[in-house]
Design a binder for this molecule. Structure first.
Ligand SMILES: Nc1ncnc2c1ncn2[C@@H]1O[C@H](COP(=O)(O)OP(=O)(O)O)[C@@H](O)[C@H]1O
Ligand SMILES: CC(=O)N[C@@H](CCC(=O)OP(=O)(O)O)C(=O)O
Length: 277
């Protein structure tokens, strides 16, 4: 049995034909015996709703600064519209066991508030991200339970603190690349696929023909330092590398194209970028 975490961001969700093609591949691989956990983001959709509400999206090093109103937007967007729409698209693509959950469900993604931190890709000073969580623990039992029942979890990446605040536990916004990498590490999956709007990590971020097939940790850190990797590609690479050592078979960053999952799994680096420790 092959196990995989597939993460895609809001950009992929916004492209209905790309999303259908990818979910069709997941449906076929699942029918052939693979087990997938799908994690999704929703950054562009959250930006759009913030703007409609007169809020200004602020991101530092690819992570969103999250006040109380922004967290509310993240709940509406991630656990509301996009969770429902991704599951509906998965059902349409033939993935009959698709089931939407959040990182809050059964305490799947437990987290604590991130203290003010210095950020790669930001300035030198400490950044207070507000209601953004750092992952403390992934409780994999829920995913294993769903897999055993024939379901494919579709996970939106909110997290929960288990230290109660009055009558409730605090909910946190967590970057979807962070959550998917942590889940992949906890499950020790064979493949972590980070699917995005570009074909992989690019030498020149504006030139899709400059895809890097294999990227080492040292090269990745150098590229972040030299600002060759910027914005939303930073958390993807950093978080995947941080979790690779936990026992993920292979981490692939790749574009959302039909057949890409199978091709990358069979020959890592053939259509995307494979990260090596
Ligand atoms: N070296 C790089 N190679 C590829 N993409 C890069 C690089 N540096 C920055 N990026 C940017 O990172 C983006 C992917 O991150 P992001 O937009 O957050 O995706 P997602 O929403 O799929 O998580 C790309 O669309 C690209 O604009
Ligand atoms: C803390 C943080 O940055 N959270 C992310 C969660 C959504 C996400 O990661 O979406 P994409 O995968 O589409 O970028 C955010 O607020 O945008």
């Amino acid at each position: 049995m092959t196990t995989a975490v597939l993460k895609f961001g809001g950009e992929v969700i916004a492209d209905a034909s790309a999303l259908a093609a990818v979910l069709g591949d997941v449906a076929r691989l699942t029918a052939a015996g693979w087990k997938f956990a799908i994690c999704h983001g929703g950054g562009p959709q959250a930006n759009a709703l913030q703007e409609r509400l007169g809020l200004q999206p602020v991101k530092v090093g690819g992570r969103r600064v999250t006040d109380a109103a922004t967290l509310q937007v993240m709940k509406y967007v991630l656990a509301g519209e996009l969770s429902v729409d991704v599951v509906a698209a998965a059902l349409a693509a033939g993935l009959g066991g698709a089931l939407g959950i959040s990182g809050v469900s059964a305490g799947l993604v437990t987290a604590r508030r991130r203290p003010p931190t210095r950020v790669s890709g930001g300035d030198e000073e400490l950044v207070d991200f507000g209601l953004v969580g750092d992952v403390v623990e992934i409780r994999t039992a829920l995913i294993e339970h769903l897999w055993a029942g024939g379901y494919t979890p579709v996970i939106n990446t909110l997290g929960v603190g288990l230290d109660t605040e009055g009558s409730t536990c605090p909910v946190f916004n967590i970057n979807a690349d962070t959550v998917s990498s942590a889940i992949a590490g906890a499950l020790k999956v064979d493949h972590l696929f980070l699917m995005t709007g570009v074909p992989g990590v690019l030498r020149d971020k504006d030139d899709p023909s400059t895809r890097i097939a294999r990227l080492s940790a040292a090269e990745a850190r150098g590229a972040i330092e030299m600002k060759g990797i910027v914005g939303g590609m930073i958390p993807k690479v950093e978080e995947a590398l941080a979790n690779l050592a936990l026992g993920i078979g292979a981490v692939h960053i790749l574009g959302a194209n039909a057949g890409a999952l199978q091709a990358e799994a069979a020959a890592p680096g053939s259509v995307g970028t494979v990260l090596v420790g």
